[in-house]
Design a protein around this ligand. Structure first.
Ligand code: UFG
Length: 324
């Protein structure tokens, strides 16, 4: 089986590329290395910008893939609010270029719970209304719609995977999360606990949650990788298009995550309390029953301490992240 993985040098993309390769899949990665890291993927790599339609189509001409998994995108909610044009271009145009060139090829898409917007239920199901509250979620939803339209036209099935909070690192500490700038809770808390950054700021302590801080569903990056394999298998063996939430179904507050980080590092996370961050819903927790039932996907990392420990192991082995 030959699969094209775009953004395969990024955090979730490289975890999935490595996971698929470990299952015997012939993986070809495309990445422009704008956010990804060369060290995150040591297999076949084409350095190419998906926004360059001619270059992409020339590259794909005459090549054949059993499936495509598309990660390449911009993924910062705050940045998307400040630079919406950039997000619409980066997150939608490559999907157009890829689908034009890959008629009939099953397409697994990296989507997000941010497509739902403000939650109207404690556990989000796939039939929750989709009213994104930021451009990031809106662009991901637009790409979802394009892929569903393509599927309805008979031009190729799609699997839309709506991640909750991707976290953790490869067991062993060889690969992990490296964003520049880093904005995510777990790596920032680790840095603060180790004294490598100033105390972290808790964004909001007046949410309607038991300890006043936001609750999220942290899903390990290798569990996400496994879900992509399942979705690919489903589509390639003739399964219908679908959309699936990927989370553990367990919510943890910011303070609970800080406790888990403090425990794993061996010293508490220094912090200060700050105002809410724009665009943060109080609680985002998945109901992933659909993925379990339809894809046979079961997350392995349901213990948040175990998940956080993998992130700490990666950080200790690579305090500055990847070399590039
Ligand atoms: N947080 C802090 N302080 C920080 C950083 C984060 O209190 O310094 C809080 C946030 O307010 C939030 C929680 O920690 O409540 C998690 O924040 P992250 O930035 O780690 O993750 P997000 O929930 O903002 O974003 C993630 C993905 C997005 C995706 C979103 C869906 O990074 O791509 O989940 O909700 F869209």
């Amino acid at each position: 089986m030959k699969v094209l993985v775009t953004g395969g040098c990024g955090y979730i993309g490289s975890a999935t590329a490595r996971w698929l390769r470990s299952k015997g899949v012939d993986v070809q990665v495309i990445d422009n290395l704008s956010e990804g890291h060369r060290q995150a993927w040591d297999g076949p790599l084409e350095i190419l910008d998906l926004l360059d339609r001619d270059l992409l189509h020339t590259y794909l001409k005459g090549k054949s893939f059993d499936g495509v998994v598309h990660f390449a995108a911009r993924c910062y909610v705050g940045e998307s609010v400040e630079q919406p044009e950039r997000y619409w271009r980066s997150n939608v145009v490559p999907v157009i270029h890829l689908t034009e060139a890959l008629q009939g090829v099953p397409f697994v898409f990296s989507s997000t719970c941010a497509t739902y917007g403000e939650p109207q239920a404690e556990y989000l199901q796939e039939d929750h209304p989709q009213f994104p509250v930021n451009p990031y979620g809106a662009t991901k939803l637009a790409a979802e719609r394009l892929l569903l339209d393509r599927s309805a036209a008979g031009h190729g099935t799609c699997g839309l995977l709506r991640y909750f909070n991707a976290a953790g690192a490869a067991p062993g500490g060889d690969f992990g999360e490296h964003h520049d700038p880093e904005t995510h809770l777990i790596p920032l808390a680790i840095d603060a606990a180790l004294g490598e950054r100033p105390p972290m700021t808790i964004f909001g302590t007046d949410y309607p949650t038991p300890d006043g801080t936001c609750i999220r569903d942290y899903i390990h990056v290798d569990d996400l990788a496994a879900a992509h394999e399942k979705a690919l298998d489903c589509l390639i063996t003739g399964g219908d298009s679908g959309y699936w939430n990927l989370g553990t179904g367990n919510g943890f507050s910011v303070r609970q995550i800080m406790d888990a980080v403090g425990h794993a590092v061996g010293q508490p996370v220094p912090f200060k309390e700050g105002p809410r961050r724009v665009g943060d819903p109080a609680i985002l927790v998945a109901n992933s029953a659909k993925a379990k039932a339809e894809l046979g996907w079961v997350p392995h990392y349901t213990d948040v301490n175990e998940l956080v420990a993998t992130a700490v192991a990666w950080h200790r082995a690579h305090p500055s992240g990847y070399a590039s």
